[in-house]
Design a protein around this ligand. Structure first.
Ligand code: BGC
Length: 756
C-alpha cells in the first residue's frame, strides 16, 4: 500500500485501498491509536454511540432486515452470526453503506469449539493439561475466524463452588490456582501470540466478577463475596486472563456486594484498569445495561447507559433497544463527557484495527468450509475427550474391558445415543451438524464381532430449553416430569443377556449451563431407577457419566464409574477407546464432589476453626467428607510418590524454593498421572486454608518408569490478600508441602519463610 493509500485508509476515505491490502504488519500502539483517533475526529456523537453496541443478530419476525439497517447506521458489532455468507453480507453493508465504512466486529459464544466440538470447559479443566487446552482453543479460534467471527465470549473464568449453579460446566471449577492456569491457557489459545494474529480471535473472559457465587447457586442471583474470597479466590483467574493479554472483558449480570457488576466503578475502573492495567474494552453481558433498571440502580435506560459508561463499560450487548443510544443526549446534558465516550470508542476501534479488519473485512467462504471439522480438528477433539475423562471407580479392575473376552455388551440409557447431549451446552446445531454418540463409538470400535444390545431404558426429561430470545421475552419452559419407566424391563433383559452393561446417565445438555441451576444433584427423571435395576442384575456395570457438575448416584453399587463430561464431536470414539484400554484415563476432578446436595458448598481449601477434632462432623447427620476429593481421579495404572524434598529449609520473604518428588509408574500400563502440589501455611496474620493447590504437572510414564518432578514455589505462590491490611502479604511461617495424586496427599516436607 502506498503512503497516501495508507492515510486514506486510516481516515476511512478510500476503503477499496484498505480492502485490497495484504494483512497488515502489526502496528505500534501509537500507530493504532493515531489511526483510531483519526476516525474518531470524524464521528458524530450518534456514530460513536452506535460503535459502542453489539447487537444480537437474530431474525425477529417482521424485522428481518434490522441487522442490515443497524449495520448501515454504523453499529459496532453483532453477535450470533456464524454463517460466513451472513458475516460477509453484513460486513458489505457496513463497508459500503455506512458513512465512515468502519468494519463490524462479530462476537460469539465460542465456548468449547465452533464446529469441531471439544469437551465442555469443566471437562477440559479436568485434563489438567494446559498445552492441550491452549491448542484446542486455538483450533476453535481458527474455525471461528474462518466464518468471520473475531471475538469469543470466553473463557468463562468464574470460580464455581456451588454445583447447584448450572454454569459450573462452563468454567474450571472451584480452585483459583487451577482456574488461573486454565484461564491463561485459553486466552493464549484464542488469541495466539498477539491480538490480530492470523487465524486467531480476541478472548473475552467473563463474567466480571463473582457470578459463580450466586446465592444458593441460583442463576443471576446476587453475589455477596468477602474481601478475602474476592481477592484470593474469585478475582485471580481474571487477573491471570488480563496478564495473558485478553483483549476484552465481559461484565456480569448480578450485583456484587450490592452494586450491579455492569455499573460498578470500583470493579471496572479501580480494579480492572487502575490496579491491573487492562487495555482492552469492556462489554456487558446481554442486556445488562438495561437491566440496571431491574436492579433498581437506574431509573431509566438513559441513566442506566450513563451509569454503566461512567463505571467503565465500553460496549453494551443489546437485544432490542440499546441504552447507549441515549449517550448523545446524555452528552449534550453533561451527564457523560466527550473524553469518556471517545475513550470507549477508541478501545473498540483499536480492536478492529489490530484485527486487520479495515484491510480484510471479509472471509473466503469456500476456505471456511475446508477448515471446519477437518480430520485433524476432529482428532484433536477425540484426544481432548480422552484426556478429560475422570475414572471415579474401578472395582476389581473391571476397566479396561478385555476386547477378546467380551462377546456381548449392553449399552443402556437414552444419553448413549443422543448427539446433542454428547456435545453439551453452547453448541448450536447449524454450526456442528453431526456428532458421534457413545453408541456410535462403541459400534464402530467393536464391529460385528461383538453383540451390542442398545436399550434407552427411560425417557430423559423434556429439556428445559429457553433460547436467549425466549428468555429475553420472559418465556421460560420448565422440564416436564418423565415418568415412563416401561423401558426398564428391556434394559434389564439386555444386561442379563450380555457379558457387561455400560449405562450412560447424566443430565441432558441443557439441564446444565445458563438458566439451568438445580436444587438437587440427583439424576434427572427416572435414570436412578434404571441404573439400580441394571446393577441388580448382578452383571458387571460401568457407568458413563455425561454431566457438567457432580451428581448424586445414591451409593450405586456399579463396579466402575467413568466421567466423560459432555465429550464433544468425537466423544463416542473416546469413550470406546477408554472402555477398551486404547486410551487410559488420566483426568482429575477440578472440584470437590459432595455426597449430598445438603453439603454444598463443599471445598477442599477451607479454613480450620473451633473444635478441629470434629471438623469432619459439622452437621449432626452428615459427615463433611466428600464423595470424591478435589483433584481425584484413578488410572488403569498405579503411581507411587517418594523422596519429597524442599531444596532449602529457610527463605526470606520474597524468596523461592524448589520442591522435588520422585513419581513412579508401578502398574503395568503406560499412563498419565497429574501430580498435584499443595501447601499449608501454619500460622500468619490471617487464618489460612488447610491446604492450597500451588502446582501441578501431568506426565506420561511407562511401566516401571520413575521421573523426578520439580516444582517452583516463590512469591506468587506464597502471597495472599490479607483482608485486614487490604494488601498482598507473605507471612513469616512454616509451610508444609505435599505432592500427590489428589487433595488428600500427605504433607511430607516443609520449609520456613522468615526468621533468623
Ligand atoms: C450469557 C453470556 C453469553 C451471552 C451471549 C448471556 O446470557 O450470560 O455468557 O456470552 O449471553 O450469548
Amino acid at each position: 500500500m502506498t503512503k497516501a493509500a495508507a492515510i486514506a485508509c486510516a481516515i476511512g476515505a478510500m476503503q477499496s485501498a484498505c480492502a485490497s491490502a495484504k494483512p497488515a504488519v502489526p502496528l505500534s500502539d501509537e500507530a493504532v491509536r493515531a489511526r483510531a483517533d483519526a476516525l474518531i475526529a470524524q464521528m458524530t456523537p450518534e456514530e460513536k454511540a452506535a460503535q459502542l453496541v453489539t447487537y444480537f443478530a437474530f431474525a425477529i419476525p417482521g424485522q428481518e432486515k434490522l441487522p442490515d439497517t443497524r449495520a448501515a447506521a454504523g453499529a459496532g458489532s453483532f453477535l450470533f452470526v456464524t454463517d460466513p455468507k451472513e458475516t460477509n453480507h453484513l460486513q458489505h453493508v457496513a463497508m459500503e453503506q455506512s458513512r465512515l465504512k468502519i468494519p463490524l466486529l462479530f462476537g460469539f459464544d465460542v465456548i468449547h469449539g465452533l464446529s469441531t466440538i471439544f469437551p465442555v470447559p469443566i471437562g477440559q479443566a479436568a485434563s489438567w493439561d494446559m498445552a492441550m487446552i491452549e491448542k484446542d482453543q486455538s483450533i476453535a479460534a481458527a474455525e471461528a475466524r474462518a466464518v468471520g467471527i473475531h471475538w469469543a465470549f470466553a473463557p468463562m473464568v468464574d470460580i464455581a463452588r456451588d454445583p447447584r449453579w448450572g454454569r459450573m460446566v462452563e468454567g474450571a471449577g472451584e480452585d483459583p490456582y487451577l482456574g488461573s492456569a486454565v484461564a491463561a491457557a485459553q486466552v493464549r489459545g484464542f488469541q495466539g501470540p498477539r491480538i490480530g494474529a492470523p487465524g486467531h480471535i480476541i478472548a473475552g473472559p467473563k463474567h466480571f466478577a463473582g457470578y459463580g457465587a450466586a446465592l444458593g447457586g441460583r442463576d443471576y442471583d446476587e453475589s455477596n463475596i468477602s474481601d478475602n474470597e474476592l481477592w484470593n479466590v474469585y478475582l485471580p483467574p481474571f487477573k491471570a486472563a488480563v496478564d495473558a493479554g485478553a483483549g476484552n472483558i465481559m461484565s456480569a449480570y448480578m450485583g456484587l456486594n450490592g452494586i450491579p457488576a455492569s455499573g460498578n466503578h470500583w470493579l471496572l475502573t479501580d480494579v480492572l484498569r487502575k490496579t491491573w492495567g487492562f487495555k482492552g474494552w469492556v462489554v456487558t453481558d446481554a442486556e445488562a445495561v438495561n437491566s440496571l433498571k431491574t436492579h433498581g440502580y437506574a431509573d431509566s435506560a438513559r441513566q442506566a447507559g450513563v451509569r454503566s459508561l461512567n463505571a467503565g463499560v465500553d460496549m453494551e450487548m443489546a437485544f432490542a433497544s440499546a441504552a447507549f443510544g441515549n449517550l448523545p443526549t446524555a452528552l449534550a446534558a453533561g451527564d457523560v463527557t466527550k473524553n469518556r465516550i471517545d475513550q470507549a470508542v477508541r478501545r473498540v476501534l483499536e480492536a478492529k484495527i489490530r484485527m486487520g479488519l479495515f484491510e480484510n473485512p471479509y472471509v473466503d467462504e469456500a476456505k471456511a468450509a475446508k477448515i471446519l471439522r477437518s480430520p485433524e480438528n476432529l482428532t484433536a477433539a477425540r484426544i481432548a475427550a480422552e484426556r478429560s475423562a475422570v475414572l471415579l471407580r474401578n472395582e476389581g479392575g473391571l476397566l479396561p474391558l478385555d476386547r477378546v473376552g467380551v462377546k456381548s455388551i449392553a449399552v443402556i440409557g437414552g444419553l448413549a445415543d443422543s448427539p446433542i447431549d454428547s456435545n453439551g451446552p453452547w453448541v448450536f446445531a447449524p454450526n456442528s451438524p453431526s456428532t458421534q454418540t457413545i453408541l456410535d463409538g462403541i459400534r464402530s470400535k467393536l464391529g460385528a464381532s461383538v453383540t451390542i444390545r442398545y436399550a434407552p431404558g427411560v425417557k430423559i426429561p423434556k429439556r428445559f430449553n429457553p433460547t436467549i430470545a425466549d428468555t429475553m421475552n420472559g418465556i421460560v419452559k420448565r422440564p416436564e416430569p418423565a415418568d415412563d419407566t416401561s423401558g426398564i424391563a428391556e434394559a434389564v433383559s439386555a444386561a442379563q443377556q450380555s457379558d457387561v452393561a455400560v449405562v450412560v446417565v447424566g443430565e441432558p445438555q441443557n439441564m446444565s449451563g445458563e438458566m439451568a441451576s438445580r436444587s438437587t444433584l440427583d439424576l434427572p427423571g427416572r435414570q436412578q431407577e434404571l441404573l439400580d435395576a441394571v446393577v441388580a442384575t448382578g452383571k458387571p456395570v460401568i457407568v458413563l457419566l455425561l454431566n457438567g457438575r457432580p451428581l448424586d448416584l445414591k451409593d450405586t453399587k456399579a463396579k466402575a464409574i467413568l466421567d466423560l463430561w459432555y465429550p464433544g464431536s468425537r466423544g463416542g470414539d473416546a469413550a470406546a477407546n477408554l472402555l477398551f484400554g486404547d486410551a487410559v484415563p488420566g483426568g482429575k476432578l477440578p472440584f470437590t464432589w459432595p455426597r449430598d446436595v445438603g453439603q454444598v458448598p463443599l471445598i477442599y481449601a477451607h479454613l480450620t476453626s473451633h473444635d478441629p477434632a470434629n471438623a469432619e462432623k459439622r452437621y449432626s447427620n452428615e459427615s463433611n467428607a466428600p464423595r470424591y476429593p478435589f483433584g481425584y481421579g484413578l488410572s488403569y495404572s498405579t503411581f507411587e510418590y517418594a523422596n519429597l524434598k524442599v531444596d532449602r529449609p529457610r527463605i526470606a520473604p520474597g524468596g523461592s524454593v524448589t520442591v522435588s518428588v520422585d513419581l513412579k509408574n508401578v502398574g503395568a500400563r503406560t499412563a498419565d498421572e497429574v501430580a498435584e502440589l499443595y501447601i499449608h501455611q501454619r500460622t500468619g496474620t490471617a487464618a489460612r486454608p488447610v491446604r492450597e493447590l500451588k502446582g501441578f504437572q501431568r506426565v506420561t510414564l511407562k511401566p516401571g518408569e520413575t521421573r523426578t518432578l520439580q516444582f517452583h514455589l516463590g512469591p506468587d505462590e506464597l502471597r495472599y490478600w490479607n483482608a485486614a491490611s487490604h494488601d498482598w502479604v507473605i507471612d513469616a511461617s512454616i509451610f508444609d508441602v505435599a505432592v500427590g495424586g489428589d487433595s488428600t496427599a500427605r504433607f511430607g516436607a516443609s520449609f520456613t519463610v522468615g526468621g533468623q
